[in-house]
Design a protein around this ligand. Structure first.
Ligand SMILES: C=CC1=C(C)c2cc3[nH]c(cc4nc(cc5[nH]c(cc1n2)c(C)c5CCC(=O)O)C(CCC(=O)O)=C4C)c(C)c3C=C
Ligand SMILES: [Fe+2]
Length: 451
């Protein structure tokens, strides 16, 4: 049963472990640990500085980043996986994997090991016997670069790509209709190095080393069964997923995420984000679909564009993020307001006008993207932009039409953006609280798919 958080009204579906709403600011020794705390191992923290556990479903919204020591830990367990409505962390390491095994049993075994490891990592504990505590003659169970670091709000979210449903694993008839093959959109300049994947892992944290450590160790566990196909690092969030968080800025310098769906919008999140058994595949109930698009921003061109043109292309002011129709950041845009010349103050071909629910049959999405920068191209231009991540209940109706409109009419998209990567994943529901984990028959993410 889910509960409502008394302060935010957010649905607490992830069964916080002994946590009060203040848990993230007043650390409690709450989470039943799997493995040894990485900080306790070094003797750097005493009992008073144990890891605070907070539910990932928006619980203790916004407080997750308030703890300068980043000791907060989200609960792995819940109706939904963590890392979706969890207050968005500042850092990302995302990885898409190819399955290299043809064995269904090996896939199940991998998901069991991944699930157990993720639950351990999210508490800020070392894997197995740790980085320096195992047999001297064997490689350590944990690679060690997070030793001494706290949980740092780590969330780990697993996804299944179309390849899991090909003819290798006997799952073809369980593929959800919502897991479509994304079409090629007008203007896409996809680089095969950033496309697709049979599985994915989104690791978010407030410390990049913790997010990278998670992906590295999970990929190490997958050795022989799955191999990394592509990855993306994100250095700063471009959305907020709770009302308590400030709106961050994207690489174009604009506030991004103002009109995003948030954890507190429980009814809207139910309607637009969480899959239901009525959607066709019962095993997906409580899950979602993740659209991942690596979008390069042609910064050199954008930076030579006047402020007036930039604002007009976006449909909002650069300073406050208010819609050009007036008001302040969170004022609803009014597309009917015209200027002295009789033209709409928010241009119909601006980004906001084209992406707004009123232009898309009411479609909404929960955006969870990150700024990225990956060096430079042959011409000395930054390969930087926005790694667009969005969670939706049905990509065909909530993403494809909006992307088509942006690709065809959005001046900002056409002039300044180049999409170089693209993938879609089914995100199974969470592992229920109280489930027993372990490589020997334990519960695992996506278990109902294999039942
Ligand atoms: C297909 C969906 C979208 C893609 C791809 C996308 C890329 C993209 N967006 C920005 C910057 C901003 N987007 C803003 C709002 C906004 N964008 C989308 C969808 C996509 N964006 C939606 C649904 C919305 C909300 C529209 C609304 O309801 O008003 C904004 C305004 C602030 C905000 O509400 O977040 C900015 C700025 C970039 C830079 C980008 C790709 C690089
Ligand atoms: Fe946008």
């Amino acid at each position: 049963m889910s509960e409502q958080h008394p302060a935010t009204g957010a649905e607490d579906t992830s069964a916080p472990v002994g946590a009060s709403p203040d848990a993230a600011v007043e650390p409690v020794d709450a989470a039943p640990r799997r493995g040894m705390s990485r900080r306790a191992v070094l003797g750097t923290v005493g009992a008073a500085a144990g890891v605070a556990a907070v539910g990932a479903g928006g619980f203790a919204a916004g407080r997750a980043t308030a703890d300068p020591l980043q000791r907060h830990a989200y609960d792995f367990f819940g109706t939904h996986q963590s890392g979706i409505v969890t207050p968005q962390q500042d850092r990302l390491h995302f990885a898409a994997f190819d399955l290299t095994t043809d064995s269904r049993a090996r896939v199940i075994s991998l998901l069991r090991k991944w699930t157990e490891a993720a639950a351990t990592l999210m508490t800020g504990s070392e894997l197995g016997s740790g980085a320096a505590g195992g047999a001297y003659a064997a490689p350590p169970d944990d690679t060690g670069e997070a030793l001494g670091l706290p949980a740092s709000g780590l969330t780990i979210t697993f996804g299944f790509g179309p390849g899991l449903f090909d003819d290798r694993f006997g799952l073809a008839d369980r593929r959800p209709a919502q897991l479509i093959d994304l079409p090629k959109f007008s203007g896409d300049t996809l680089d095969e190095r950033y496309v697709g994947g049979d599985l994915c892992i989104q690791a978010c944290a407030d410390d990049p080393q913790v997010a990278v450590h998670a992906i590295r160790n999970l990929s190490r566990i997958a050795f022989g069964d799955a191999a990394i196909r592509w990855t993306q690092l994100g250095f700063g969030r471009t959305s907020s997923t709770t009302r308590a968080q400030d709106t961050p800025r994207n690489f174009m310098g604009f506030k991004d995420g103002t009109a995003n769906l948030r954890a507190e919008d429980v009814d809207l999140v139910d309607e637009h984000v969480w899959a239901s058994a009525d959607d066709g595949e019962e095993w997906m109930a409580g899950g979602s679909y993740l659209v991942a698009r690596r979008i390069r921003i042609l910064a050199e061109n954008w930076d030579r564009t006047s402020l007036q043109q930039q604002e007009s292309d976006v449909g909002r002011t650069k300073g406050s993020g208010a819609p050009l129709s007036g008001g302040s950041e969170f004022t609803e845009p009014d597309f009917t307001v015209t200027g002295r010349d009789g033209e709409p103050l928010i241009r119909p071909d601006s980004h906001v006008a084209l992406a707004h629910p009123s232009a898309n049959g009411g479609a909404r999405m929960l955006r969870r993207g990150y700024n990225f920068t990956d060096g430079a191209d042959d011409l000395g231009r930054l390969d930087a932009g926005l790694f667009f991540l969005a969670y939706v209940r049905d990509p065909a109706t909530q993403f494809v039409p909006i992307q088509n409109a942006l690709s065809s009419h959005d001046v900002m998209t056409i002039e300044y953006l180049r999409t170089t990567g693209s993938a879609l994943f089914a995100i199974p529901p969470g592992v229920p609280a109280g489930a027993t984990l372990g490589s020997d028959g334990g519960a695992f993410v996506g278990e109902a798919l294999f039942a």
